[in-house]
Write a protein that binds this ligand. Sequence first.
Ligand code: TYM
Length: 331
Amino acid sequence: MSEKKRIFSGIQPSGDLTLGSYMGAIKNWVALQDEYDCLFCIVDMHAITVRQVPADLRRRSLEQLAQYIACGLDPKKNIMFIQSHVPQHAELSWVLGCYTQFGELSRMTQFKDKSAKHADNITAGLFTYPVLMAADILLYQADAVPVGEDQKQHVELCRDIAGRFNYVYGDTFTLPEPFIPKMGARIMSLGDPTSKMSKSDPDGCVFLMDKPEDIMRKFKRAVTDCETAVRYDPAAKPGISNLLTVYCTATGKTIEEAEQEFAGQGYGVFKPAVGEAVVELLRPIREETERLLKDKAYLESVYKEGAERAQYLANKTLRKVYKKVGFVARG
Ligand code: TYM
C-alpha cells in the first residue's frame, strides 16, 4: 500500500443491509476511497455474537460483498474481505482482551442494549465484541474509521486500548479517529423516529434490496406528527426531521433547500417524495447487486484476493505485538 492515510471499516452480516448503514457508513466509504487506502470488511465473526442461522449468514456475507461493490466500492482500489478469512483478527483480539478492563466493556451502550434484547443468551462474545472490533482496526494501523454515530463509543474504546498498549510497550498502534458524517450519521426508524433504524425492526427499516413498492409503502406509513409543516426540528419533530435527513442525503440537497421545496405542501406530498428519492437512490444498487450475485466466481476472486492482501498487512502488526508482549518467535 502507498503512503496515503488508511481507513478500516466493517458491517456485520447479521441482517440485510439497511438504508441506515448505507447513509451512516457505506456512502462515506465510497467518497473516501480515492483519498485513502481502505479496507472494507464483512465482519462475520462479530455477527455470531448473537445466534445466526448458518445458511443465512453465509448467503448474507456474499450478498454484502456484492452490495459493497454495487454501492460503488471498487475492489481494485480497496481491500475487501471477510473477517473470518484473516485469523489474525482473532489472534490480536485475544492479546488486546488482556489490556481491556471489565468495567470498560460493561459501560458499552451497545452491550447494554443487546444484552437486554437477548437476555437468554448473553455470551462472553457479546461482551468482548468491542475488543474484536479494536483488533480489526488496530491490525491495519488505521488512521480513521468511518462509522455511524452509534459506533463512536467503540472507536473511542479502541483508542483507549491502543493508547494503553503503546504506553506499556512503546509505539505499536496508530490511534484511530472516528469519522462520522455530518448528515446521515443516525437514521431513525420510520415506525418510531426516537429509535435508530435497525435491521432487527423490519417495519421501520428500509433494506437496500427492498422493492420500490415496499419502499414507497414504508415511507407513506412513516410516523410523523400532527402538524403540517415540513420543518427540521429533531426535538419537536423527530419523524419529519428524519425524513428530511433521508431526503437530503439521498438527493444531495441541503435541509434549507428541501424545506423551501415542500413549503406549504403538507406531508401527503412530502412523504411519497422522500420514498421516490430513496427508490431512485437504491434502484441501481439493487440491480447491480442482483447482477453480481450471478457471478459467484468473480465474488470469490474478490474476497480471496482481499484476504491475501489483508493478511499480509495484519501479519506485520501481529508479529510486532507478539514480540512486544514476550512471546517466543516461531522461527
Ligand atoms: P453495524 O453492522 O451495526 O452497522 C454498520 C455501520 O452502519 C452504521 N449504521 C447506521 N448509521 C446511521 N444510521 C443508522 N440507523 C445506522 N445503523 C447502522 C453503523 O454505525 C456502522 O458504521 N461494530 C460494528 C461493525 C464493526 C466495525 C469494525 C466497524 C466491526 N468491526 C471495525 C468499524 C470498524 C457494527 O456493529 O456495525
